[in-house]
Each structure stands twice: as C-alpha cells, then as structure tokens.
Design a protein around this ligand. Structure first.
Ligand code: CTP
Length: 206
C-alpha cells in the first residue's frame, strides 16, 4: 500500500512578510504517517509549515501555500493507492499579493479575498480506483456538514472532529461513510486515533 497524506496548515501571503494561516499543528497527519509506516506502508507526506520532525522513512514534500499543496498533491496522488487529507488548508487568499511590504498609512486597510483551490475536491474528482479519506472540522451541525463535505469532495469516508482538536494532543472522531452512517468512533491520543484509522483501512483496503 502506498498512500498520500496532506498535513499542517497552508499560508497565504498579503505581501512578502505577512500571511494568513491557522493554528494547525500537523500532529494528526504526522501521527497517521507514523502509524502507516509502522504497518509497512509507503507514505508520501505533503506538509505545510509545522514544528514537527519529519517521520523517518516517509517521502517528504514541504509546501507553504495552498497552490503548492495542490500542485504536489495532484502530481503525487497518481502514484498512490489512496489519500488521507488532514491538512488545515487556508481557505482564502488575498486577491493580489503585493510585492515588498505594505507600509502603514494610518488608514484602515480593506483586503479583497478569494477562495483558494480545494485540494481534496480535486483529488476526489479524479480518484478513479483510488480511495479518499477527508477530515472535517465542524463547529455546527457536525454530522450533516461532514456528510455534505464527503459528498461534495467525493470521499469514500470522512473523519469528523471538532475545532478543539486543533493544536491538541488528543482527538475524538467519528468515521462517516457516504450513506451518512457512523462506521467507527475513536478517541484518545492522536497517535491512538491514527493507529485505529490505519488498522481499519488496512482491513478494508488490502
Ligand atoms: N481541504 C482541502 N483544500 C481546501 C480546503 C479543505 O484539501 N481548500 C480538505 C481538508 O484537508 C479536509 C477537508 O478538505 O480533509 C475538509 O476541510 P474543512 O476545513 O473541514 O472544510 P472546508 O472544505 O474548508 O469547508 P469549510 O471551511 O466551509 O468548513
């Protein structure tokens, strides 16, 4: 089995020194990489900027922006059997990146923002025989929103977690299928949840 994992946040630059991002630590994605390597799987890790060591034995690709993550994901997914998308992708970017550094004027600044590429939706739309697992971070109507996301992005399964997972050592998740059924519920350290997910996938997919 050879899998692609996306992890960590992406950054979108306003100018050459300022960016928008989020507080994702990358821990869930990196724990999944470790669990898959332990099982003897080949892992391609595409990661945004995080403060974690690169797991020994994975093929590592460092990216910063969403468009870099998209480009690497589309290119490398073709050689994989499946993808687990844990990345907390920055959903908006400034319409234009200003070269240099924007100087203060004493006046408010109004930024025009546009949506970034949806990496997982593109992988889902082109998946063919490959399987796709998404993550859904939901604050309201969690199950309903997660299921809509699964369908919109053509996932085989989606892992629902809530915003308290961001930056935390532990996680509490539900694994949802395209019929909206909850197939599994796991909670514990991110490493335990990762092992549960990889063991479950190995029984389904090998
Ligand atoms: N995702 C992605 N590219 C994006 C946004 C999200 O690949 N531009 C992936 C994430 O890695 C995750 C899934 O899509 O696997 C859902 O991410 P989430 O942040 O929960 O949802 P969004 O699609 O960003 O929607 P919203 O912010 O409206 O909840």
């Amino acid at each position: 089995m050879r899998i692609l994992v996306t992890a960590g946040p992406t950054r979108e630059y306003l100018d050459d020194v300022r960016y928008l991002s989020n507080a994702s630590s990358g821990k869930m994605g990196y724990a999944i990489v470790e669990a898959a390597l332990t099982l003897g799987w080949e892992v391609v890790l595409i990661s945004g900027p995080v403060d974690l060591p690169v797991p020994d034995g994975c093929e590592f690709h460092s990216v910063v922006t969403t468009s870099e993550m998209r480009e690497a994901s589309v290119r490398l997914f073709s050689e994989c059997d499946g993808v687990i998308a844990t990345a907390a992708v920055c959903d908006y970017k400034p319409k234009a990146r200003i070269p240099g550094k924007i100087s203060k004027t004493g006046e408010p600044v109004i930024l025009e923002m546009i949506e970034t590429d949806d990496v997982l939706a593109e992988l889902g739309a082109t998946k063919e025989h490959r399987w796709v697992v998404g993550f859904a971070l939901e604050a309201q109507n969690p199950r309903e929103n997660a299921l809509q996301k699964l369908r919109r992005k053509n996932c085989n399964w989606i892992v629902l977690n809530d915003p308290s997972a961001i930056g935390s050592e532990s996680n509490s998740v539900e694994l949802i299928n395209p019929n909206g059924e909850i197939e599994e519920v796991w909670s514990g350290s991110k490493s335990e949840v990762a092992t549960n997910l990889i063991d479950w996938l190995s029984k389904r997919e090998s």
